[in-house]
Ligand binder design. Structure first.
Ligand code: LLP
Length: 495
């Protein structure tokens, strides 16, 4: 197939420039070990894309262990060093909501991080990984009584109180288990940040946390509980944030209240949340971690000096910045369709996954990038839209990027920066089985989370039987007869 209109296409968004080479791996977009080998194949963690697809099928989430652990370590050491410079310590929690499996939890702990969890499910994963509960911080705007009970029973390090009613609930649960539970109070700083801009208001219209002005009263209530120990204030101002200004404004607002709280007792810590942005496309220019750490340390130091208070220990909770850039999703091209849009051509390249493995474009209008993974091509770049296979027109994987114009059915495509909030938001829409997650390192790949088979998809449907159904439709041996054993079988069955 050949397509004309390979040069500038009026359908291209303003931020997307025509690449000189549509095979090039844009800087900052790919896991650190990614290269193209002599055959032009993408190699991640020493494993070629085609070998990964052959062994595990597509769609496939690939996580570069070296990259993920390297970012965790870089982040921790940068924050520790910058905050040591201003005379205090920094503690980093990995936000498990971005992606959590037992092995990833162990990587994070091995790199010296703690883990932020926000449900009983995430707690169970962390415990199954053998993480010391003391390293866990438990979030959530509506933790159930059972979750609070379990968290206090196992001894999670901190619980983040998100509403007034939780003070009583956590205090009662801690008392029941004979513990003194360390807690933070989540407040709305009124700062809302998204990418380059931040908005500062007096109050935020949102479900998380309590308004800053209520903090003194609520902290007094926490301090009055014998089974609670107040650690400090917490806020999380948003996601995919570039620059330090939003964090700085929020830190300043929190420290003003923090300073007042010191007159009635200790406030050893301040938690500034997560939200550090990453590059999804060539247009994204995230703030380097060291710069962010230095900027934040400067502002915390200046505010504390101005108020004449000791610099508290500082905590952060990044998720995306650690695991996002470490992940790549592989897909196989199925159909290709040029569509005329007012005289211009948009090439729809459809792949074997979509909004079930990456809901972010549909949910947030998120942009991604794409490259052919199993070859390079000298064909001129053509504007493409990578679409999924779901029955929904908003099922887009990559809204706009350039690929070589000879992109063809059977090509493997790779979408970078899919390590965060893709697998964790994955779903079974249209009865698509969830894709497996593999980790690559030093030329070897291994499954972190296996994919779902047809048997998995049928397993919870109580109407499935191995014989015949009430209306005489034979279901053969589906639910029980389909093995969920090897990854090869999953690939044959599902993808
Ligand atoms: N701490 C708290 C209290 C949070 O609510 C979050 C994210 C984080 C830390 C980690 O934020 P990160 O560093 O990963 O940006 N599904 C959305 C993101 C939702 C974030 C929710 N909270 C997405 O895919 O963009």
């Amino acid at each position: 197939m050949r397509f004309s209109l390979v040069a500038t296409n009026p359908l291209a968004p303003d931020w997307l420039s025509l690449p000189g080479d549509a095979n090039a791996l844009g800087e900052g977009l790919w896991p650190s070990t990614t290269t193209r080998n002599a055959d032009g194949e993408l190699v991640i963690g020493g494993v070629t894309a085609s070998a990964l697809a052959a062994e595990f099928g597509t769609p496939l989430y690939v996580i570069d262990e070296t990259d993920a652990r390297g970012r965790a370590a870089e982040l921790r050491t940068a924050f520790e060093a910058e905050f040591a410079r201003i005379g205090t310590s920094a503690r980093v929690y990995y936000a498990g909501k971005a992606f959590l499996s037992t092995e990833v939890a162990r990587w994070m702990v091995a790199e010296g991080l703690n883990i932020d969890i926000c449900t009983g499910g995430e707690l169970a994963v962390a415990l199954a990984a053998g993480v010391d509960p003391a390293r866990l911080g438990f979030h959530g705007n509506n933790k159930s009584l059972a979750e609070i009970d379990e968290a206090t029973r196992v001894g999670v390090g901190t619980i983040i109180i998100d509403s007034p009613i939780e003070i009583d609930r956590v205090a009662a649960a801690a008392a029941r288990h004979g513990r003194v539970q360390a807690v933070r109070l989540r407040v709305n700083s009124g700062v809302h940040a998204h990418t380059h801009e931040f908005l500062a208001t007096a109050h935020e219209d949102q479900k998380f946390g309590v308004v800053l002005e209520d903090a003194p009263r609520l902290v007094a209530a926490i301090r009055a509980e014998e089974s609670l120990r107040f650690l400090g204030l917490h806020c999380h101002i948003g996601s995919q944030i570039f620059g330090v200004d939003g964090f700085a404004e929020s830190a300043a607002r929190l420290l003003a209240v923090h300073a007042g709280l010191l007159s009635d007792g200790p406030v050893p810590e301040l938690n500034l949340g997560g939200g550090f942005g990453i590059a999804y496309t060539s247009a994204d220019t995230p703030t380097p971690i060291r710069e962010l750490a230095a900027g934040l340390a400067d502002i915390v130091s200046a505010e504390c000096r101005r108020r004449g208070i000791p610099v508290p220990a500082i905590a952060f909770e990044p998720g995306r910045a650690i695991i996002g850039p470490a992940g790549v999703t592989l897909y196989e091209v199925g159909t290709i369709k040029p569509v005329d849009v007012g005289g211009a051509t948009r090439l729809y390249v459809s792949v074997d996954g979509g909004m079930s493995d990456n809901a972010r474009p549909a949910l947030y209008g998120a942009d991604y990038s794409v490259r052919i993974a199993d070859r390079v091509s000298r064909a001129a770049p053509v504007l493409v839209r990578v679409a999924g296979k779901h029955c929904e027109s908003g099922d887009i994987v990559v809204d706009a990027d350039y690929l070589p114009a000879d992109v063809a059915p059977g090509d493997l495509l790779a979408v970078p920066a899919t390590g965060a909030y893709c697998w964790s938001l994955s779903n079974n829409y249209n009865f698509q089985g969830r894709a497996p997650v593999v980790a690559v390192r030093d030329g070897a790949a291994r499954v972190l989370v296996r994919g779902e088979s047809i048997a998995d998809l049928l397993a919870r449907d109580t109407g499935v039987s191995t014989g015949s159904t009430a209306d005489g439709v034979s279901t053969g041996s589906t639910a029980d007869g389909v093995s969920t054993g090897s990854t090869t079988e999953q690939k044959d069955i599902l993808r």
